[in-house]
Design a protein around this ligand. Structure first.
Ligand code: ADP
Ligand code: MG
Length: 703
């Protein structure tokens, strides 16, 4: 439905005070093309312009301050590029310095002695005197005239913009001009019902107050309203898409719980499923029986038993005559899944194969054939499963075990393997914070395994530095004597990094020296090895033939050796929280007391300290995920920015969880009553939805 361009879509060039050159700069530096974009450039903090400081009260850790006084002396120092301008500034009791390094002659001309001025900037202490470099200066008279609001927004700017006087103040001026012109025409985007129920101020008042707050309270309300709106329209789109998929995409109904599932459950399963595992299986059964396509995310902490759930879901598929596939992010993990499931699957008389990048061509052909003839029941593998040559007779269930979210387009590739899309089950390897899950996986149904199998002992986590190395080795020997096995992990974030590789090999040699043959056997696994060698080394460790496994993060995800009870992480300060948590999850899988030893250098950044402290303090994956979100922000956690989903202007996933929850709930309620947004009361919402829909988010990428 084409729409008439709105006043807010006017190119920024036409705003008074902008013009073509500044417009060009605003576009390049701040992506401001239209009026609307400028309105959505929100201040990132506010200064209370009614607060004045005395020079005698300054502290060097203050942010920007505001002082009234006079310049009593001006002097130029140095020459050429080192030329600077200094002014002595007095407030009646004390004095300080103002300093300029750039535009010296221009500034010098503009300064007047003995005039009452307001100086604004960040004070720093230098040789016992406070100084402000490049302060903003205004005459007291002008200041009083220009004081729009007590709280003054500070806008993001860049050096190029500042050079054209589009510093924070210059932008505020444009904003004032713009709001003066268009405030009346700002359309409301939410319904009156919602605004009443959640006590949200109007869009117009929100925009006026976010830029020029009349009071702290109104600023708070403006933020609340705008954040709500930001979340709301994303949630609306995600939920609409989810509903749409449910309506449109029929999938294969799994109506039977049959022989394979039951036989496995009754005869083979050697332990009782946890309550959480049972609940999640029930949720999945309801989905797959419905005739609609399942799109479900299973979140569970490391070791919560997701693999067995995956297997049982694949047995459901088999009982209904369908094939399944299980895709993992790394070759090692895929291999591990394959080996872990093989015996169980074969005992049920089913056929399973492994397909990875290193599967030989001849073998590959056999697998392709068996897959198309329907002889194969389950295919486990890596990204190789997505290749065009991989064709199924009837794929009914695709399970994706994720390290981080596979590209969304990859997920949708799975669909195209059939006439009807298979059911899709995504499992996350590490918990992600609820807020993030609601956004990034907002189009999926979510199940949470929030219970660990019984009898797991908490893992003792210690932080140690190099000077403890010998006592650490001693401890490892004691554990080996008790029959335990040990992981020692080195950071090798990028397999091509020669320096990291050298660290690993040096470490390996040193371990071999301290743990000599034949008493000790040491395995090593890293990304530069051939995959057969990797597999062989892994297999030796799994069988217990070696006691120590020196490895890189290739073992991060999913590896399961219950007898391994100690995880030593070298240079642990270089790992992210979720990686550390994953690595620690490799131990504590058996009956024995397990340990995780975080080795690090002496000097640590504050972020690194926080990470290691968090690891020592908690073992709860969801708590760790929250800490990680606070530390790194959502974009980094998901690896890449998710096509606009995490590109929030004002709202913050680590702080605004409550507002997000509200927004999702409201979006859900509205769609339940008015799925196509045709009711009169939802007209405003519908309009904004249509407008925003084809804006920044490439929705078609989201499967
Ligand atoms: P993750 O959720 O990290 O993928 P796994 O599926 O690898 O965890 O399970 C970890 C270990 O716990 C495996 O050895 C598995 O056999 C075992 N396990 C899973 N569920 C249970 C249960 N209900 N009771 C006892 N052990 C279980
Ligand atoms: Mg797993």
């Amino acid at each position: 439905m084409p729409q008439n361009p709105h006043l807010l879509d006017t190119p920024i060039e036409f705003l008074k005070g902008v013009g073509p050159q500044r417009a060009d700069l605003l576009q390049k530096e701040l992506h401001i093309f239209r009026y609307r974009d400028l309105l959505e450039l929100y201040p990132f903090r506010y200064i209370d312009r009614t607060q004045f400081h005395k020079i005698s009260e300054l502290l060097s850790d203050l942010a920007d301050v505001q002082i009234v006084g006079k310049i009593t002396q001006i002097k130029e120092e140095g020459a050429g590029r080192k030329k600077r301008l200094k002014a002595i500034f007095e407030d009646g009791n004390s004095s300080m310095e103002l300093v300029w390094f750039k535009g010296v002659s221009w500034v010098k001309k503009s300064l007047k002695l003995q005039e009452q001025i307001v100086v604004f900037g960040k004070p720093t202490m230098y040789r016992n005197t406070y100084s402000i470099s490049h302060p903003e200066i205004e005459t007291l008279e002008n200041y009083k005239k220009s004081l729009l609001t007590a709280l003054q927004g500070v806008y993001p700017s860049t050096e190029k913009l500042t050079n054209r006087f589009l510093h924070s103040k210059g932008i505020a001026k444009l904003m004032h001009e713009l709001l003066g012109q268009i405030a009346e025409y700002i359309p409301e985007t939410l319904s009156l019902n919602i605004r009443k129920e959640y006590k949200l101020i109007s869009k117009r008042d929100a925009l006026l107050n976010v830029h020029f707050p009349k009071s702290e309270e109104l600023l708070r309300q403006a933020h609340r309203r705008l954040k709500f709106e930001e979340f709301f329209f994303i949630q609306l789109a995600l939920l609409k898409m989810k509903r749409h998929k449910k309506q449109v995409y029929k999938s294969y109904p799994f109506t039977d719980i049959g022989t394979h599932f039951n036989e496995f459950y009754k005869e083979q399963l050697s332990f009782e499923l946890t309550g959480a595992q049972k609940r999640v299986l029930k949720e999945i059964r309801m989905d797959v029986a419905s005739g609609k396509q399942m799109n479900r995310l299973v979140q569970g902490d490391v070791g919560s038993g997701k693999t067995i759930v995956a297997l049982m879901v694949m047995l459901m598929a088999k009982d209904n005559g369908f094939q399944s596939c299980l895709m993992a992010p790394t070759e090692i993990l895929a291999t591990q899944h394959y080996q872990g499931l093989k015996d169980m699957v074969e005992a049920l008389g089913m056929k399973m194969e492994l397909l990875t990048g290193s599967t030989k061509v001849a073998r590959r052909r056999e697998i392709h054939g068996a897959l198309e003839s329907g002889e194969l029941d389950i295919l486990v593998g890596t990204h190789a499963l997505l290749e065009d040559k991989v064709k199924y007779k009837n794929l009914g269930m695709a399970i994706i075990d994720e390290q981080h979210r596979f590209g969304v387009s990859q997920r949708s590739k799975m669909w195209k393997k059939n006439q009807k899309p298979p059911h899709i089950l995504v499992m996350t390897a590490t918990p992600i914070p609820r807020t993030l899950a609601m956004t990034v996986y907002g189009d999926l149904d979510i199940s949470i395994i929030d219970e660990l199998p019984p009898g797991r002992k908490p893992i003792t986590t210690l932080h140690r530095t190099d000077k403890h190395r010998l006592s650490m080795f001693h401890f490892l020997k004691q554990e080996i004597e008790k029959g335990r096995q040990i992981y020692i992990v080195y950071p090798l974030i990028d397999e091509s990094q020669t320096l990291d590789y050298k660290d690993l090999m040096d470490g390996y040699e040193s371990i071999c020296r301290h743990f000599p043959k034949p008493t000790y056997q040491v395995s090593v696994v890293h990304g530069r090895m051939k995959s057969e060698d990797k597999e062989m080394e892994m297999a030796r460790f799994v069988k217990g033939e070696t006691q120590i496994m020196v490895a890189t993060t290739v073992i991060e995800v999913g590896v399961n050796v219950p007898n391994a009870s100690v995880m030593v992480i070298e240079s642990s300060e270089r790992f992210g929280l979720s990686q550390l948590h994953q690595l620690r999850g490799r131990v504590g899988r058996g009956a024995e007391q397990s340990y995780c030893i975080l080795m690090s250098g002496q000097k640590l950044s504050s972020d690194a300290k926080f990470r290691l402290k968090t690891m020592v303090q908690t073992q709860n994956g969801f708590e760790i995920a929250d800490a990680d979100l606070k530390l790194r922000g959502p974009g980094d956690i998901m690896g890449t920015r998710q096509s606009g989903l995490l590109d929030l202007k004002l709202a913050d996933l680590s702080k605004d969880a409550k507002i997000l929850q509200y927004a999702r709930q409201v979006a859900q309620e509205i769609l339940a009553n008015d799925p196509e947004l045709t009711h009169d009361e939802n007209l405003a919402i519908c309009k904004e939805y249509m407008r925003a829909h084809h804006k920044s988010i490439r929705w078609s990428d989201i499967s």
